[in-house]
Every structure is written in C-alpha cells, then in structure tokens.
Design a protein around this ligand. Structure first.
Ligand code: SF4
Length: 481
C-alpha cells in the first residue's frame, strides 16, 4: 500500500473563469495549484464564441496540459471550467473525466463537481428506468440527466431544479455559451471561493488557485448559494431551504493547501493551532518534535512552540516519488516507506522524539514510520496526531476506506498504540480541533462543522445503502456495474 492510499484523499478540485482573454491558460494554472486535490486526471472545457472545446485526459495537470503536448493550445475562448480528480480505484476511465459536457434543449453545458451525491444511486436507477442512457459512473452525469428532463427553461432554473432533487455535498462550476455558474450545497461541506482577475470573475476550490494567477480573493461562495456570471456582471441566488453550515473540518486538518484561506481561516495557521492544542492536551517529556512531512509540519511547529521542545526535521521526504513509481519487488518491499521518507539518523540517535502526523487511517504507514524512527536510534517515540481518531468513513466526496479498515474504528487508543508500537499515542480532541479553528467548543445540538469521520454525526442523509453498509459513494473511475 502506498503512502497516499493510507490517507483520506480529497477527490476533486474545480476552477472556472469568465470573460478573460487567457481563460484556457489561467485554468491550466489554477488546476496546477489545486493538484493536491486530485492527481488521476485533469480536464478543461472552454467556449470560443461558436463551439465548446473539451480536453480531458488521465494524468497530472502538468502532464496533460504541459508544453510537451498540444492540449492547452486548443483551449481557445474567453471562458473556461476545469477539474482535477483523485481515485485509487481501477485504471482511469476517460469517459468519467470531468468536466462533463452535454447538449441540452437550451444549449450546451459543461459541469465540473467536487463532492458526492448521497442519493446518486437511487436517482440513477430511477433515471435509467425512465430511459436515460448513462455514459459514465460520475455523479455529475446524474445532474446533467436531471437538467435534461427539467420542465424549466433558462439553464440556471434547470440546474436549480436538478440540485433540488439531489442530496449530498457538492461545490460545482458550470459553463454555458453565455454564463459561468458556481453552486455550493446548502450545508457548505466542500469549499468554493470567488475571485477576480482584470475584472473577470474566477471560481476555485481554494484561494491558492487565485494566488498563482494573480487574482484577488473576493469572498467564499455561501452555502446554498448559486452565483451566475455573465457579461452584465454577477448575480447571486439562494434557492434552497437554508441549512446549518457544516463545512468539512478535515479541510483544515489535511485536504486544503496550507497557503489557502477557506471559510475565513488560513489553513496553515489553523494547523499550527491544532499542534498547540495537541501540546496542551497531550504533553510529554522529549528532546525534539519532528513532523511526518509534509502534512505534519504545521502541527509539529505548533506543538514545538507550545511545548518549548525544539522542532527538528528528523524525517526527510523525497519529493520525486510519483504515484506511478514501480513498487519494489516482494523481497525488498519492507523498504517501501523509505521511497518517500527517510530518517535523519544522526539527529535521532538516543533522542526522545515526539512524532507529529495529521491523522491515522489504516495505521499501516504510521506503524512503518514509528519503526523507521526507532530503527534510526530514537530512544523513545511518542506519536501525536493532529486530528481526533478517524472512526467513520466519509461519504461527502473524500476517498476513504470502509469503516472496518479504519484502525480507530476497531481499536481503543491504547490498542492502537500497541499496534503501531509507539511509547505513547495521543490524538487532539474534537473540542481541541474546534478551538484551533476559532470555534470555542463543538455545539452538540448544532455542530459548526462536518466532523462525521470523527464523530459519526453525518449532517447529510446517506440514502444510498449497499449491502448493509452506508456506502453510497460511487467510485469515480470504476466501471459501473
Ligand atoms: Fe470532511 Fe465530514 Fe468527510 Fe470527515 S466526514 S472528511 S469531516 S466531509
């Protein structure tokens, strides 16, 4: 199992721009900044004034739209939407790569979506019974079929009509010949931000996509808001029943890039504060604090600052291990974790180490990293985790293992400590996580975030139940059964 497979992984990023001469190139750059949210495939659709142009291919943004191929040059026009995606399942199925495009009664539309519809299977079955022919397994196509059948006419009304029938977490961007549309689900689980470049509106999953193109951040798209950009300016609608906001707290733990600001909070600062909370809640006598790079770095800095224990780079990460790196043969497979991480041996010898990571999922990587640090000569290894135990799967657009595979689902913290062979193990509490984001405490009658993977409190109904499991998340790249 690779390091990436022992993580919760965000499945998608979206980007859109309207009314800019460099729309295609800006979208390539925006998607490049959002690459951490999906590495399996990248796609962009533009409109050049007469036709839609779609380039959708498996691979990293740089591989798909880099200078060694001609895909980017074809993306003519002043308006564009783009998407990157992540999936661990199967090979890439090109027909599932977003943005999806369809010719509807009122004209063409391209849609790209981040999130997951929790009633997608039921809706899909109903649509198929009514004669719909699906080309992909993507939730986005369900939205397109619902729009195609809508009795309403302007495209925005068709989209609202479709979104009112779906249940789930989504942030989406859509492009027609005359409009760029952005929409966020009423709970606001997944992020979507609005920016501006040379007077042109820009939509993106995170603000780091604005920084790379020099766009100004305007504001977060509100939960339940539909934004419509045309040549006449921007309009905003709130067509859904208002719901209590439940932004994904894991965005602050791991998903979002540390230099992004989402929902009014800088991600790097939030991660450092989580580390401070962890030091306050789970202190330990030690000689150094070392992060599991890169995602554990901000929390380790916070832990070190609060505890007064020196921060050291005791593990060095090799940044050049691609997802396609060939696994070593069975004979030397135990060295696998060292493809990506190597202990800084001279620093660790005889030292009491606080190891800080963002989360424990299956525990496979954590176990190997503890063993690696101990083998390098550390006298004690105290593991500190900058999130509460992940006891539940996510069904809102994040690639997660089944519940039974989550270490914290089956084990107590002490059993987990024994399993990964650490001298001590502690997780930040849910309240500590809330404090780190600036929310004083989890309000149990109405929590301020989605924290379901830590609490089991799912804010959005999970209507698709398969084989007795609450598993309704369609695999993004798998062939449909
Ligand atoms: Fe985020 Fe909620 Fe999914 Fe956990 S369950 S990853 S908090 S959306």
């Amino acid at each position: 199992m690779s390091f990436a497979e022992d993580r919760f992984n965000e499945e998608c990023a979206v980007f859109g721009v309207f009314g800019h001469a460099d729309a295609g190139a800006l979208t390539v750059l925006g998607l490049h900044a959002l690459q951490h949210r999906g590495q399996e495939a990248a796609g962009i659709v533009t409109y050049d004034g007469t036709q839609f142009i779609a380039e959708r291919h498996p691979g990293l943004v740089g591989d798909v739209f880099g200078k060694n191929n001609a895909h980017a040059e074809k993306l003519k026009g002043t308006q564009a939407v783009g998407h990157t995606r992540y999936s661990t399942t199967g090979g890439s199925v090109v027909r599932n790569i977003q943005p999806m495009f369809a010719d509807l009664a009122g004209g063409g539309i391209a849609i790209a979506h981040n999130g997951n519809l929790t009633n997608a299977r039921a809706l899909r079955a109903e649509l198929v019974r009514d004669g719909a022919i699906f080309q992909s397994t993507s939730d986005t196509e369900t939205i397109i079929h619902l729009m195609a059948r809508s009795i309403y006419n302007p495209v925005v009304d068709r989209l609202v009509d479709a979104l009112k029938q779906i249940v789930g977490a989504y942030s989406l961007v859509a492009l027609t010949a005359r409009k760029l549309i952005g929409a966020r689900d009423p709970f606001g689980v997944r992020p979507l931000v609005l920016g501006e470049l040379d007077g042109a509106p820009v939509l993106a999953s995170e603000t780091c996509a604005f920084d790379i193109i020099g766009a100004d951040f305007v504001r977060d798209v509100e939960p339940g808001e539909i934004i419509v950009a045309t040549r006449d300016g921007i309009e905003s609608f709130f067509p859904f029943k208002p719901r209590p906001q439940r932004f994904c707290v894991f965005e602050y733990v791991y998903f979002a890039r540390p230099d992004s600001t989402v929902e009014g909070r800088n991600v790097y600062e939030a991660r450092k504060r989580i580390g401070e909370e962890l030091a306050r809640e789970a202190p330990v006598a030690a000689d150094m604090v070392i992060p599991v790079p890169d995602s554990g770095v901000p929390a380790a800095l916070g832990y070190a600052a609060k505890s007064g224990i020196p921060f050291e780079l005791g593990i060095i990460r090799n940044h050049y291990v691609g997802r396609t790196f060939i696994e070593p043969s069975e004979r030397i497979r135990h060295l696998g974790v060292r493809l990506k991480h190597n202990p800084n041996g001279s620093m660790l010898k005889g030292k009491r180490v606080v190891l800080v990571d963002d989360s424990i999922v299956r525990g496979t990587t954590s176990k190997k990293i503890v063993e690696m640090v101990r083998d390098a000569g550390a006298a004690e290894v105290h593991f500190r985790i900058a999130s509460p135990p992940t006891t539940n799967s996510c069904f809102y657009g994040v690639d997660t293992p089944n519940e039974e595979e989550l270490l914290a689902h089956a084990m107590t913290v002490e059993d987990m400590r024994l399993h990964i062979k650490a001298d001590s193990l502690a997780f930040v509490s849910i309240d500590g996580l809330y404090r780190a984001t600036g929310e004083a405490k989890r309000n149990s009658s109405s929590p301020q975030f989605c924290d379901a993977c830590f609490s089991g409190d799912y804010p959005i109904e999970l209507s698709d139940i398969i084989g007795g499991r609450k598993d309704g998340q369609l695999s993004l790249l798998a062939e449909v059964a």
